[in-house]
Structure formats: structure tokens, C-alpha cells
Ligand binder design. Structure first.
Ligand code: PGA
Ligand code: ZN
Length: 423
């Protein structure tokens, strides 16, 4: 039984305010959860409520969201059973009453939803992954490690946002992480030798001023080899160009790298040449969120050998995912809790993917906190893939460390089997 719900304005990894919610139960259990925040956000994401008071944090304060938790949400939750996640999430959705959670703020609502789940898990003496996923929650995810950052996540000359390594040939999660981390360290050496900067972007990947987007892939392949691994066998590449961020008037503008303006089909043709050359297994947001037509062609051309992941186009919303399944827009979905705003709705989005036989990737945001909810959630949902950043910056590493802990705790029961084994 919930006896108290409280909230606090804290900071995320970019130094922007975000919300932490604390829930207390009659049993004495206390749990908290912190909400992340994106930079290359989809147009249809649930609303992140910010104060807009320019005198504080450039308008980014979240005191209103904090007040909404304390004054409007808390009184409705006191006395309720924390174990009724769905009932509580429905109550929050109804209390808000808008499709984008614009009234109370999706940040306020999600903080409560996550903290309630954590409190209930603790009350039942279960780790969060077991509480949310039951006895079936034994599969560790393959990490997509974003070791080179561009786009809106870095002030450099690279248009594409994320260049990720996926250790698909590793036997365990711990080994996979080691493969990725060693590649990250090898990349640092290579960049340094070539006179490139080794400072990092928002997700902890290097953010050098390269001559082209291609050069990023070439350097990463060199790093995989220098670390002693075989590209395409031990470690494959995954990309998230986040193409909505360079789409304007129906065209893709590769402005940061100076590589010109391209149509949807030209972008798809470009990726087609990249796929074998750069050992690609997964391509997320290769086109923009409103380019449904382009995506259909894109998936028809590439989807039989690549995982085509929709992020901005679906925003973890069953309404858009259902349309995507119907129209064969992609063949996989990126899952972000704060795009939709409750744990229950996020699980519904995942169920829809499972029914369609689509892969799903559990993802962080570029603005994160030390909260590790995501790691447990990825194991609970069992999809076998997580995107949670590079091999540095503690807000990213916290999730990896939690996954190491879960794998060790599961011991012989732990399963590490990637979704690309058959491809
Ligand atoms: P964001 O980026 O968190 O800045 O939106 C992540 C992504 O596009 O996957
Ligand atoms: Zn994305």
C-alpha cells in the first residue's frame, strides 16, 4: 500500500533539470526513479513538461512537474496497491486526460510509474527484472554501443548521430561488453594517431571532426580489428543516422559533412552500399519520421538482410507501431519509456512487436541519469537488445554494470543469444 509519493528536481547527464520520484509503502519500503530526456526527439513523443521560466535553467526547470506529482498525483495514489501497475498507470493516464500527457507532464507520470514498479518489486523481495518479467526473465541483451557520436549529439562534422558496435559473436553479456569496451579503447588510439580529437559526445562516443560519414565506419572497423576481433563475426555495426534531424522539405541534407542533399531513395541506395562494406546488421531512423512512403521502400529494399528500426516514426506508441506493422514500414522498433510515459503502455508497445514477430530494442535517451531501471527492464522484456551508450560516462556505464550484476545473479540460468544468430 502506497503511503507517500514525493518528487524532486534533479539534474541529468547534460546538466539539465529532470525529475526524481520517491514512493513509500506502508511496509516501510522506499523506492525512487529518475526520468531521462532526449535531444533528437520525435514530434509525436509524449510531452516533457518544462517550466519555461527563463530565469531558471534557461527555461528547462521541472518544478511544475514536481508540483504535479506532489499535489495532483500523490493524493490519488495514497492507499493504492503498488502491485497493481496497470491500474495505477491507467489512473495516471485518466487523471492527465490528454493523448500526449501534456496536462501533468509525461516526465511526472513516468517517474511515478517507474518508482511504483520498483517499490512493488522491493516489497515482494524481487529484483526489478524478475518482478516485471517473471521467471522467464533470464535473457541478457546484446548491447548496441554508440562509440562514435555525431548529429545533434556532438558539435562535429558528422551528420549521422550514432555509430554503434554490436558484439554479436560474444558468448555472454560480460564478454560482449568486454569486446565493445576494447574496441572503444582501440578507437581512441587510432583517432589520436590520426590527429583527431578524442573528446566525447552526449552518449560517451568519440566526436571527431571527420571528413565524411563513411570515415566513421572505416575507423570503427579498424578499431575492431586492432582490438583483435573479426568484423561481422565477433562484432557488427549498427547505425542510427537519426535522419529526422537533417530532413527538410522532403530531402536529406548532409550539411555537417558537406556531402550534399539526397532524396529518400538516394539515402536508401547509400545505405545499401554501406551494408556489406561496413558489416551493418541494424539501421535505425535511416529516414525521417514523416517519410512513411520512403520507409516502405527502404524496408522493402533492405529489410530482408538488415534490422530496420523505427524510433522517431513510432515514438513507442501502439497507434503508430500498428500502422507500421500494417504497412511494413520497418521490421523492428526502438522502445523508450519516456516517449510514451508509463511502464504499462511501454509493455503494450512491446507486446505488439512480439505479435508481429518484430524485434525491439530497449533504449536510453541522450540525457540520462544514474538510474538503472532500463537494464532491468531490458532483461524483463527479453528482446535481446539494448541501446545504452558508449564505454564511458557513468550514466551509461551504470546500466552496463547493472546488467553485469544481473548476469552474475542469474548464473547458470542466464541466456545470451542474439537476434542476429540466424542471419
Ligand atoms: P535522443 O536520441 O535521446 O537524443 O532522442 C536517441 C536516439 O535517437 O535514439
Ligand atoms: Zn534514434
Amino acid at each position: 500500500e502506497i503511503v507517500n509519493v514525493n518528487a524532486l528536481e534533479i539534474l541529468d547527464s547534460r546538466g539539465n533539470p529532470t525529475i526524481r520520484v520517491n514512493v513509500e509503502l506502508a511496509s516501510g519500503v522506499r523506492a525512487s526513479a529518475s526520468v531521462p530526456s532526449g535531444a533528437s526527439t520525435g514530434e509525436n513523443e509524449a510531452l516533457e513538461l518544462r517550466d519555461g521560466d527563463q530565469a531558471r535553467y534557461g527555461g528547462k526547470g521541472v518544478l511544475q512537474a514536481v508540483a504535479n506529482v506532489k499535489e495532483r498525483i500523490a493524493p490519488k495514489l495514497i492507499g493504492r496497491n503498488a502491485g497493481d501497475q496497470e491500474g495505477i498507470d491507467r489512473l495516471l493516464i485518466d487523471l492527465d486526460g490528454t493523448p500526449t500527457k501534456a496536462n501533468l507532464g509525461a516526465n511526472a507520470i513516468l517517474g511515478v510509474s517507474m518508482a511504483v514498479a520498483r517499490a512493488a518489486a522491493s516489497d515482494q523481495g524481487l529484483p526489478l527484472y524478475a518482478y516485471l518479467g517473471g521467471a522467464a526473465a533470464v535473457r541478457l541483451p546484446v548491447p548496441m554501443m554508440n562509440i562514435l557520436n555525431g548529429g545533434k549529439h556532438a558539435d562535429n562534422s558528422v551528420d549521422f548521430q550514432e555509430f554503434m558496435v554490436m558484439p554479436i559473436g560474444a558468448p555472454t553479456f560480460a564478454k560482449a561488453l568486454q569486446y565493445g569496451v576494447e574496441t572503444f579503447h582501440a578507437l581512441k588510439k587510432i583517432l589520436g594517431k590520426q590527429g583527431y580529437a578524442t573528446s566525447v559526445g552526449d552518449e560517451g562516443g568519440f566526436a571527431p571532426n571527420l571528413k565524411s560519414n563513411e570515415e566513421a565506419c572505416e575507423l570503427i572497423i579498424g578499431a575492431i580489428q586492432a582490438a583483435g576481433y573479426v568484423p561481422g563475426v565477433d562484432i557488427a555495426l549498427a547505425l542510427d543516422p537519426a535522419a529526422s534531424s537533417f530532413y527538410e522539405n522532403g530531402k536529406y541534407h548532409l550539411t555537417k559533412s558537406g556531402q550534399g542533399v539526397k532524396s529518400s531513395s538516394e539515402m536508401t541506395a547509400l545505405y545499401k552500399t554501406w551494408a556489406p562494406k561496413y558489416y551493418l546488421v541494424s539501421l535505425e531512423d535511416g529516414l525521417a519520421e514523416n517519410d512513411w512512403e520512403g520507409f516502405r521502400e527502404h524496408t522493402a529494399a533492405l529489410g530482408y538482410y538488415l534490422q530496420i528500426v523505427g524510433d522517431d516514426i513510432f515514438v513507442t506508441n501502439t497507434k503508430f507501431i500498428a500502422r507500421g506493422i500494417e504497412e511494413k514500414t520497418t521490421n523492428a522498433v526502438l522502445i523508450k519509456l519516456n516517449q510514451i510515459g508509463t511502464v504499462t503502455e511501454t509493455i503494450e508497445a512491446i507486446k505488439l512487436c512480439r505479435q508481429a514477430g518484430w524485434n525491439y530494442v530497449i533504449s536510453h535517451r541522450s540525457g540520462e541519469t544514474e538510474d538503472t531501471f532500463l537494464a532491468d527492464f531490458a532483461v524483463a522484456m527479453g528482446g535481446g537488445q539494448i541501446k545504452t551508450g558508449s564505454a564511458c560516462r557513468s550514466e551509461r556505464i551504470a546500466k552496463y554494470n547493472r546488467l553485469l550484476e544481473i548476469e552474475a545473479e542469474l548464473g547458470d540460468k542466464a541466456v545470451f543469444q542474439n537476434s542476429f544468430a540466424a542471419k
